[in-house]
Design a protein around this ligand. Structure first.
Ligand code: ZN
Length: 270
């Protein structure tokens, strides 16, 4: 694909990088990334993916924008309150970069639609920007079963964590965390609070992983969990290894179909 003058200018800081260049920018423009959840993590991730020129971005979210979202979900603006998040996200991305084709899925992810959404455009990389354990395990299992790479992340209060799964290159989320905690055992951001910038920092790391994966450069967070403590201003990288007994990617895996775990009562929207 040849670039227009406008694209040469738009992506000039990428093109000048020898690790990216014209070839790499073309790869980005031809790539497809699915962002599940357009909240604290997904909002900044989607914005940086769009700015980078990821050609197709899928946005999945059933929620509408609430005023309390705007402290951290920077893809949504005050005028968007009440609007479906996927629509608000699409509008922001279109205004930022017309090269990006935005596909919206105004639905909750569940065992019934997860694989269909992943296969809809055969996404190259998936970003888990969700805020609840049932969705996190669902995304992990779907990615393992369909052999898709994805970035996991979670944020709460002043703390964040992220890891990347690439099929055959390291442990999956379930290798480490096995199964969801009982509903209501772990506080949500709504109950415990979260510093607004946490999603910006961790979500932007997720976007970095997607971009590096597409370009095939650098080291990904496969086989390691990156944790971030904003109060101590400390990043730590914990080495992780495959769990042979993992129920979804281990040798004797028993999970062959997706599971709908019970949501904590406070996660359930009415
Ligand atoms: Zn596993």
């Amino acid at each position: 694909m040849s670039f227009t003058n406008e694209q040469l200018e738009r992506y000039s800081r990428h093109i000048i990088l020898k690790e990216v260049g014209v070839k790499g920018q073309n790869k980005l423009l031809e790539s497809k990334v699915l962002v599940i959840g357009t909240g604290g993590l997904g909002a900044p991730a989607a914005m940086f993916l769009a700015a980078a020129g990821i050609g197709t971005i899928g946005l999945v979210d059933f929620d509408a924008v609430e005023l309390s979202n705007l402290q951290r979900q920077i893809i949504h603006l005050t005028k968007d309150v009440g609007k479906p998040k996927v629509l608000s996200g699409k509008e922001t991305i279109r205004e930022m970069n017309p090269d990006v084709d935005v596909v919206t899925y105004h639905e909750w992810v569940s065992s019934a639609n997860m694989k269909d959404i992943i296969h809809d455009r055969e996404y190259d990389f998936i970003i888990d920007g969700t805020d609840n354990f049932p969705a996190k395990f669902l995304i992990n299992d779907a990615c393992v079963l369909t052999k898709k790479p994805f970035s996991h992340a979670g944020i709460i209060r002043f703390f964040g964590q992220t890891m990347t799964y690439v099929p055959g290159q390291g442990p999956c989320y379930r290798c480490i965390f096995q199964s969801p905690p009982p509903p209501d055992a772990v506080p949500t951001c709504k109950q415990a609070g979260v510093l607004g910038v946490m999603g910006g920092i961790i979500g932007t790391i997720q976007a970095t992983e997607a971009i590096k994966y597409v370009l095939g450069i650098g080291e990904l967070l496969t086989g390691s969990l990156l944790t971030y403590d904003a109060l101590l201003m400390e990043f730590r990288k914990v080495k992780l290894s495959n769990n042979e007994k993992c129920q979804v990617c281990g040798e004797n895996a028993t999970i062959k179909e997706l599971i709908d775990y019970e949501q904590a009562a406070c996660d359930v929207k009415h």
